[in-house]
Design a protein around this ligand. Structure first.
Ligand code: AOF
Ligand code: ZN
Length: 365
């Protein structure tokens, strides 16, 4: 099963589908193995059976997710497993897709199915975005931030290039490549004119291959601008780069003429601003985004935090001090007492380049 997870993780994202790996064990030995590379491509089980066509008969199959039982872009894996003569199946996660009831079908066909309890949490982590989209209709929201050692993100005049070093910026490229959409606010567009695309050249070795594969399979992640009053300039750099741009706005369609790759989406409002839950819901249901990356300033970041919509913060800390006039990490009304402050859990932390990388999640979730 550990090997099956390794295989599943050999792709950064195969959205809208979940990441899945599969290993076939026959006569006590590892036979075929495979993974799902992208929507429309063969499923992990089919790839594993194809890798060693005679390996299925009497075999035990380890798969990180319950096999599908429906006709989607590809045929049902349950049928292939049954026809191959598989004897036992060991799974880690269950598939929340309402069209899928693989376990029941396999058991009805006489295959013994086991759930490997030790890997249930890892299965949930591997496909956290897919699970949130299927169960709650919203994506996993990761918010990337860069700050100084004293927790500031820009000087008072807005200068922020660069607080962190090249290693941190390369790592952030990998976060982009793992995401279905990169979300920013119009203030960031106006202040920084960011590209918001994936650039494999910024990466080295295996990371570069992962990013290149992502681009070849699925193209650039969507680029999303939250822009209540439609202030995005027509000449903004991100609008002219390959890939699609979605601008969520409260202003009308004809307010500006953008390139064809740009779609204006009229959003519902919340206190005269774009309703952020609407944006997330639309990204999940209409664009089938499993994981999204927010790369915005303190206002949009603070609004998402206040609304309880951030699942993970990835904070790059540069070894500099910017002083008390510099801008804060997130803007939101703080709690009245420390006991009311939101408790976060550090899920990962380490040195990157000459700074730190901290990954934190709301403790309650
Ligand atoms: C599996 N093995 O490797 C994956 C599964 O359109 P399709 O045919 O690709 O089906 C997509 C659905 O299949 C997806 O929503 C999820 O329920 C399941 N993914 N199932 O047996 C795999 N990737
Ligand atoms: Zn399948």
């Amino acid at each position: 099963m550990r090997r099956a997870f390794e295989l599943a993780r050999s792709v950064l994202s195969c959205a809208p589908n979940p990441r899945v790996g599969c290993v076939i064990v026959r006569d006590g030995r590892r036979a075929g193995e495979g993974f799902h590379a992208g929507a429309g491509r063969e499923h992990a089980e089919i790839a594993a059976l194809a890798a060693d066509p005679d390996s299925g008969a009497g075999a035990t199959v380890f798969v990180t997710l319950e096999p599908c039982s429906h006709e989607g872009r590809t045929g049902p894996c349950t049928r292939a497993l049954i026809e191959a003569g598989v004897k036992q199946l060991v799974i880690a996660g269950l598939d929340p897709n309402p069209q899928v009831s693989g376990v029941g079908q396999l058991e009805a066909a006489g295959i013994e199915v086991f759930r490997f309890e030790d890997f249930v949490a890892e299965a949930a982590e591997l496909n956290k975005g897919f699970l949130l989209r299927m169960n709650l209709g919203r994506p996993f929201v990761r918010c990337k931030l860069a700050m100084s050692l004293d927790g500031r993100t820009a000087l008072a005049d807005g200068q922020s290039k660069w607080i962190t070093g090249p290693e941190a910026r390369a790592d952030a490229q990998l976060l982009r490549a793992a995401s279905c959409a990169i979300v920013t606010g119009v203030n960031t567009i106006l202040a920084d004119d960011p590209a918001l695309n994936v650039r494999p050249d910024a990466l080295k070795g295996g990371d570069r291959v992962l990013a290149e594969t992502r681009l070849a399979e699925a193209g650039q992640p969507l680029r999303v601008i939250v822009d209540s009053k439609l202030r995005t300039p027509r000449k903004a750099k991100t609008l002219s780069l390959p890939g699609e741009v979605k601008i969520f706005s409260l202003w009308g369609r004809d307010a500006a003429r953008f390139p064809d790759s740009v779609e204006l989406i009229s959003a519902s409002a919340s206190q005269e601003r774009v309703d952020l839950e609407f944006v997330l819901n639309c990204l999940a249901t209409r664009f089938e985004c499993n994981e999204i990356l927010v790369e915005a300033g303190p206002i949009l970041g603070g609004a998402l935090l206040t609304a309880g919509l951030i699942d993970e913060l990835v904070i790059y800390m540069g070894a500099r001090l910017l002083g008390s006039d510099a801008r804060p990490l997130l803007e939101f009304a703080g709690p009245d007492s420390l006991t009311q402050s939101e408790a976060l859990e550090i899920v990962d932390a380490g040195v990157i380049g000459d700074g730190l990388r901290i990954v934190a999640r709301p403790a309650a979730r």
